[in-house]
Design a protein around this ligand. Structure first.
Ligand code: ADP
Ligand code: ZN
Length: 368
């Protein structure tokens, strides 16, 4: 087995993220993160047939006394509901879970958010161990402690800050991930380079092919570096009052595209979240250049890297600039002072800018 990378996260509680090939079968490591006598594994119908038995066997081998049950939901964002949350609590009740029980989230962001929120609420909070199986969950949602479910009126409207007890990311689980899901995760990886570290963009340029080929070492390095950037910003700003908002680079535009398409990406006929963020980052970079912040060369560099990763870089046909602008006004990230964006000073350095004039935004949207 190759080296295991470890990232410590602090701020509120402290936990570690461990990244490496084969960690799913490392029962001793998994068992160390589980304190009590009960564990509920939450997963979905795509992931469970691939990895649930392995995880259960590994846990059983190193802790035979642990009472393990599972709760498996159908796949997809539309399953992140209060109804599934209630069923998950029911599964904890059926297991006889006590205050030292653990929830283990085995899956992508949907499973992680739902399982994390159930853990946050069961007996006012029990341990949640995140075992992310998508790249997006490894580099983003499993780290930082945001948990939530959706309501019919909007995404993530009910939730809690509940940092995990540990995050265990096995890069070999990414071998079965559909191509589009892998690329969506890579968009968020590029985001970290774009806002925090131009040298990480160099690294990504040098390893684009290896990442697309799912090379374990390249993936582990990309996940570890991404988690480190996120851990740094989360430690400074656990509850998202300031710096953590930097992670929304590309997301104001991206969310407008996602909502204008009616979250079509979750049905497969529009952009998914990572793809929308890829387009959003290019738009944010171009807006930065238009406002005299970033250079055109930096914008081209970002666009070229995203293209090499097979990600979209322009607004899909049929989305009107004015409609997208209206969506951004309704976004919870907007405020009375006008639109707020995360803008580049240059590649690797971004800041939050309020009061961005509508006409500058419209010009960028109109150029596509
Ligand atoms: P996210 O992209 O936010 O992590 P999901 O939890 O919706 O989102 O996962 C994306 C899709 O990928 C879901 O259909 C899920 O079942 C599937 N999936 C997750 N992990 C794997 C994996 N390792 N192999 C195959 N499919 C996976
Ligand atoms: Zn995102």
């Amino acid at each position: 087995m190759s080296a295991i990378r470890r990232v410590e996260v602090s701020g509120g509680t402290t936990y570690s993220i461990e990244i490496g090939a084969g960690l799913l079968d490392d029962g001793a490591r998994l068992a160390r993160t589980v304190r009590g006598r009960h564990a509920l594994i939450v997963s979905d119908e795509n992931v469970a047939p691939l990895y649930l038995a392995r995880l259960e066997a590994a846990l059983h081998a190193s802790r035979p006394s642990l009472s393990v049950a599972h709760f498996v939901i159908p796949p997809g964002e539309h399953e992140k509901t209060l109804a599934r949350f209630g069923e998950c609590l029911g599964a904890l009740a059926a297991l006889g879970a006590t205050r030292d029980a653990s929830v283990i989230a085995l899956g992508g962001g949907v499973v992680g958010d739902l399982a994390g929120f159930a853990a946050a609420c069961w007996m006012r909070g029990i341990d949640c161990v995140q075992v992310p199986t998508t790249l997006l969950a490894m580099v983003d949602s499993s780290v930082g402690g945001k948990t939530a479910v959706d309501l019919p009126s909007g995404k993530n409207l009910v939730g809690a800050f509940h940092p995990p007890r540990a995050v265990i990311a096995d890069t070999t689980a990414l071998r079965t991930l559909p191509d589009r899901e892998l690329r969506a995760g890579l968009a968020e990886v590029v985001k970290y380079g774009a806002i925090f570290d131009a040298s990480f963009l160099d690294w990504l340029e040098a390893h684009a092919e290896a990442l697309l080929a799912r090379d374990d070492e390249a993936l582990a390095e990309a996940v570890a570096r991404s988690c480190r950037y996120k851990a740094d910003v989360v430690a400074r700003d656990l509850y998202e009052h300031g710096d953590r908002a930097m992670l929304n680079f590309g997301h104001t535009f991206g969310h407008a595209i996602e909502t204008e398409q009616g979250y079509a990406g979750t049905r497969g006929d529009g952009l998914n979240h990572g793809e929308a963020v890829a387009v959003g980052m290019v738009l944010a970079a171009r807006l930065s250049a238009a406002l005299g912040r970033a250079s055109a060369a930096d914008v081209d560099r970002l666009k070229h890297l995203l293209e090499r990763l097979d990600l979209p870089t322009s607004i899909p046909d049929g989305l009107a600039p004015q409609a997208l602008l209206e969506r951004m006004r309704l976004d919870k990230k907007a405020d009375a002072a006008g639109l707020r964006f995360i803008l580049w000073d240059k590649a690797g350095a971004a800041r939050i800018v309020a009061g961005v004039p509508d006409d500058a935004v419209l010009a960028v949207l109109a150029a596509g």
